[in-house]
Design a protein around this ligand. Sequence first.
Ligand SMILES: [Zn+2]
Length: 401
Amino acid sequence: MAGNKKGILERLAEGVVIGDGGYVFALEKRGYVKAGPWTPEATVEHPEAVSQLTREFLRAGADVLQAFTFYASDDKLENRGNMAYNKYTGSAINEAACQIVKRVAAEGDALTLGGLSQTPSYLSGLGKEAVQAEFKKQVQVFVKHDLDFVLCEYFEHVEEIEWAIEACKQFGKPVAATMCIGPHGDLHGVSAGQCAVRMARAGADIVGLNCHFDPFVTLDTIKVMKAALQDEGLDRHLMTQPLGLHTPDAGRQGFIDLPEFPFALEPRICTRWDMQKYAREAFEAGVRYIGGCCGFEPYHIRAVAEELAPERGRLPAASDKHDMWAQGLKMHTKPWVRARASRTYWEQLKPASGRPYSACMARPDGWGVTAGHETLKQHAKVTSEDEQNKALEFLKNENEK
Ligand SMILES: [Zn+2]
C-alpha cells in the first residue's frame, strides 16, 4: 500500500538503502540524451526509454528511483545553443519525469526522488536569488507530484549546494545532498570535511558524494566527511553514488578532466565484482545510502544488492538470472569455463583491457579556474569558433603550467 510506505529517513535508520544508477550516461549510449548539454528532454521525447531504464534499476534492487530531472533547470536548457528550452521548458520535462517515476515505483516498493543540480547561473555569477529561483521552479514540480524526498546532487561549489538545500528545505520534504568532489575538496578550495559540515548545517538530512570519482576514491572521501561531521557533533546519514568507472588518475574535477571524457571511457568500466567490493566497503564505512551515478548500469546495482543480501534478507528480481558468485557457469558446456564458477576466481582476477598500446593511466587536463572566471561565464547563444579557439589556447597554457 503506497500510503503505508516507509519514508527514506525511517528506512535509513533501520538499515541499508540501495539507490539507482546513472540515467544520463546510460541513456546517452542508448541514443536518447545528447552529450554536451546532457539535459533530460527524453522524459517528453522518449518516455518509454526512461521508463524501461527506471524499471531495470527497480528489478536490480534499487530502493529509491530517481526522476530523470538532471540539469532540467531553465537556464541549463537554453545554455549555449541547447534548444530543449524552446521546445519544452524545465517544468514540462520535470512533470513528465515525475509521472514516469511514480508509475514505475508503483510496480514495487521503491521511494521516488526528485533531484536538482548545479546551474549555469551560478557559474556566471548571477547571485543567490537568481540561482535559488531556478531551484524552486524545479522543486515545486516534485512537490506537486508528491515525490518522497529531494536530492541536491552534482554540486562542485559548497556555496551553491547550501543555496540549493536552503531552497529545498522550505518545501517540508527530507533533503539529501551530495557533492561531486573528491579528496581535494570543492572547486574553491573548501576541504571535503568542511563541505560535509556546511551541507549538514544548511539542513541536509543525508550528506554525501556523487559522480566525478570512482567508488574507491569516493569512499576515501566519505571517510574524511564522516570524521569531520563527528568532530562537529553532527549526526547525519551518509550517502555515496560514485561513478561506475575507475578514475585513480583523475584531478580535482574527477573524470571531466580525463582526456577520454566522455566518449572513450569504456576501458575504465567497473566490473560487477568491483561493485560488490564497493558495496561491502561502503557498508563497513557506515554509509547507509549506497547507489551509483554515471557509468553505473542496472547490473552494477544488482551486484550491490547481491553483496548486501545478507543485511537486507532478500535478493532482487534480476538475480533470478544471475546466480551468486558465478555459480550459473556450472551449467556451461566448456569445462574451463565451468572451472570459473567460484568466488575466488572472480575476486582474484585482474581483467585485461585488450588494448595493446593503451596506458593504464591518463594525464588529466589541468584546469585551474572556476566559478567567477571569465571563461566560465555562460550564455544562451551557440558557442562561437572564436570562443572554441580561445578555450583551446587557454587549456594549452593551463596544461603547460
Ligand atoms: Zn554522474
